[in-house]
Structure formats: structure tokens, C-alpha cells
Write a protein that binds this ligand. Sequence first.
Ligand code: HEM
Length: 505
Amino acid sequence: AKSFFPDLSPFFLSLPLLVLLPFALFSGSGSDTPPGPVSFPIVGNWLQVGNDLNHRNLVDLAKKYGNVFLLRLGARNLVVVSDPKLATEVLHTQGVEFGSRPRNVVWDIFTDNGKDMVFTEYGDHWRKMRRIMTLPFFTNKVVQQYREMWEEEMDMVVRDLRGDRVAQTEGVVVRRRLQLMLYNVMYRMMFDARFESMSDPLFQQATRFNSERSRLAQSFEYNYGDFIPILRPFLKGYLNKCRDLQSRRLAFFNDNYVEKRRKLMAARDGKRLRCAMDYILEAEMNGEISSDNVIYIVENINVAAIETTLWSMEWAIAELVNHPNAQQRLRKELWDVLGDEPLTETNLQRLPYLQAVAKETLRLHSPIPLLVPHMNLEEAKLGGYDIPKRTKVIVNAWWLGNNPEWWHKPEEFRPERFLDEEKEVEALVGGKVDFRFLPFGVGRRSCPGIILALPLLSLIVGKLVKDFEMVPPPGVDKIDVTEKGGQFSLQIANHSTIAFHPIAP
Ligand code: HEM
């Protein structure tokens, strides 16, 4: 993403600070807010810390200022939490107090000021939306209803790779095919609709709309107008672009999918609910939610479900290619346990190493390393400090899972750790929670999609490894696992090209 101050040297960056120095406010002076760097009028700490507050840069700041520190980004306050005890406070003990979401000028547009679920404040609206979405998306019954469909979509990927000579020799960017698979999984669950191929015009439109939305929402380009209200008029062009994209995108979802289900529902008189949208439309007919809420549920699933799961699949595959011993061990487990039997959701429980591979991937490369930001509507206390109301509170979940104080050689991809020294650790919400391992968060605002994401990740990885030896393309030694972060995502910078050598049928 483009930075607002892309190439300025530290010298130029320090000039405005020197001018402002006499007016510097020392954060913490007078009130008991968490420690943090010296804060300057108007810009706060923004010029010192820059835009790219990714999980690694935030670790450097935590080493300097402590496990809870405060940054002032213009008019916005940001608190960063970097240890398991304080994470427990934010997500669990004081889960209600810190259970809201901050928004910014751009997210306000993409959620129509919180008509959605993911970014809305904690309260009645969020509770209702979460309840209405749970029945058709986030229960074990849903998993049972759809698991065969998931397996079918995944077997098609395996079949395509088996029939693709290029994939078997030079290798392919497997992400593209997996993206189609995940869109099909989610659109079949949502609308009972699927895309024929990567060249299906509807698929191309859907992916284009969603990636443009992600780019505009995650960019650092608009920070200046968000942080410094008097500069907001300069954002007019950017915000108009967001509005225009959002209205075309929502119309796309509505015209091609929601309206079709609405007509089917009307024709069937609401009987025989088939896909998630039917349940959501039933809630609309009962007057529980508005048609705007319906469309924002679709938008939230498009944002929260597909790319996140896809990133975790890309990471898992890249790491297994770079760690042939782990890949070999996984293949042995799959063949020892299943033999010729196909891998299905029902036998995941019998495959501990496969589960360990999924966990290790999510630990080392958490797709949402800082969780979705939290926010306190009222002034609150955290770690003995005062947290001003409406502070954006970030939990550095990636660091909880990668701090050498708490993990043995955390920088290594070693699934075995989850069978050995960390065998008690589960990525489950509720029950026994280990606050060092929170790829899906925990508590009220935790990811309800975990119930789908974990089996989806394990299933595709297992199916690919059972059927193929996955290797780097010819002439390449290791897959490049350089990271690329956005405002809250952790993706692989270069989509890997992988060669798939079929295992004898
Ligand atoms: C929220 C991770 C897949 C739906 C979240 C949060 C995280 C997360 C970290 C925020 C937790 C917090 O703020 O404390 C992931 C990862 C995924 C994944 C790593 C895949 C590997 C999915 C899927 C769905 C989904 C497949 C839906 C089908 C949601 C929703 C929320 C959410 C609706 C908002 C919850 C709320 O605000 O109440 N996810 N997620 N996610 N996720 Fe996921």
C-alpha cells in the first residue's frame, strides 16, 4: 500500500518535529495513560511512527514502551497490547468494555456507519446480527450440511491439477484455483450459486469488487485526513471513490444474488429454506433486520470469510513446500490412517499432524495478526492505566504466538510443537483458551467463522498433500515467504508458483 510519506528521508521527517518540539506534550503527563513516545500537537506521534504499524513494527515499539503503550495518531488514540495477560483483559475479562470496533472515515463508508456486523459497535444491533448470522453460517449443523459440497469443490481442484501438465512440470500459481474454490464454497453456502470457471464474468466481477474494496479500506493513503480532521476536505476525492465502488459493489450482490433468492422465497412462500440467504431473508421478512442489513451480511461474508482463509491456505502450502520433511510426515499420516479412503471432514479428528500443520500455519502467519481492532465506548482501565474513551485497542496476536519468551524457537515452522511441548494448545473459542494462541481472537468479538475455516484449511491441505508431492518450480530452491501487511492483514507478498507431482493413484 502506498504510504502518505513515501520517500521522505528521516531528515525531512524530523524537520516538522523540530519546529513543534517546543510545544511537545509528554504523553502520560497529568493523566495516567499508558506510556508512549513524546506526542506533538496536531500530528501526535504520527510523524515519528509512520503509517506502517504492522505486527513487527509494533513489537519494536512494545520493546521500547512496554506491553501496553499509547500512540496518538493525530486526533486518534491507539493502544497496543502485547502480552497474554492484558489480551485476556481486553478480550475476556473486560470483553464488554472493549467489545466495540473503531471505525474511520473510510470504514464508515464501507459499513454505512455500522449497519454491518464485523465493524459495528458492541450493543443490541451487533447482538442481533451475530445471532441471525449464527444459525445459517456458524453451527456444527451447517458444517454437516455442507461438508460434502466442500469436499466436492476441493476434489475438483485435485482433479484439475491432475489434468494439468503445466502444473505438474513448471508449476502454477495455485492461489488462483483456490480462490475460485473458496468463492464457490462460500457462494454455494450463501446463495446456492457457483461460478463455472475463473473466466466466469460474475467471478471476475466479484473478485474485482472485493479486492478493490480491500485495497481502498486497507490503504494508508487516507490516514492524513482520518487523523487530522482539518485535512479531511482533501480526502473528498478518495471518499467519493470509496462511495462509488461500494454502491456498485452492493448493487452487484443485490441484483445477481440477493434478489434472486428473494424471488425464490416469495414463490415458495418461505418454505424449505435451503441456503444461508434464505434464513437471512426470513429474518428480514419477520421485521428483525432491514434490507440494508441483509446486504451488509453479504458484504461482511465477502470480506471476512474468503481472503482470510485463502491467505492461510497459501501460507500452509508455501511452508510445506519449504519443509519437505513436514510434508512427508503429513503424507505418511494421511496414507497410514486413510489408505485409499478419501479425506473427508469426518476423519479430520484422526489426523493429529494435519491439525498441527494448520495450527502452526496460523501461529506463524496469522492472517489477521492484530485481530480486528477493538474499541472502548467509555473511559476504561487497562493494566492500571486510564484508557480514554473511543480508543482503538489493538491486540498483537501475532506476537503472542511468536514471542521467544513464551515459545521455543518461534521463528521455525515446526508443526511438531503442537504434538509435543504445546500439545494442550487449541485454537478453539470457549473452553480452555491459551491466550498465547489467538489467530481467531477469543470472546465476544472472536471469529465465528473458525468453525468453517479450520476444517476448510485442513481439508484442502490434506487433499493436496495426499495426492501430490508439492515442490518449488524448476530452478527454484525455496518458495519466497516474504510478508506483506495491510492495515490488518498478513499476506504472502508473492503468490507462490508450486509444482504438483502426482502421487501414484
Ligand atoms: C472476526 C480471523 C475466517 C467471519 C475475526 C477476527 C479474527 C478472525 C482475528 C477478529 C477477532 C477479534 O476482533 O477479537 C479469521 C481467520 C480466518 C477467518 C484467521 C481464516 C483462516 C472467517 C470465516 C468467516 C469469518 C470463514 C465466515 C464464514 C468473521 C466475522 C467476524 C470475524 C463475521 C466478526 C465477528 C464480530 O465482530 O463479532 N476473524 N477469520 N471469518 N470473522 Fe474471521
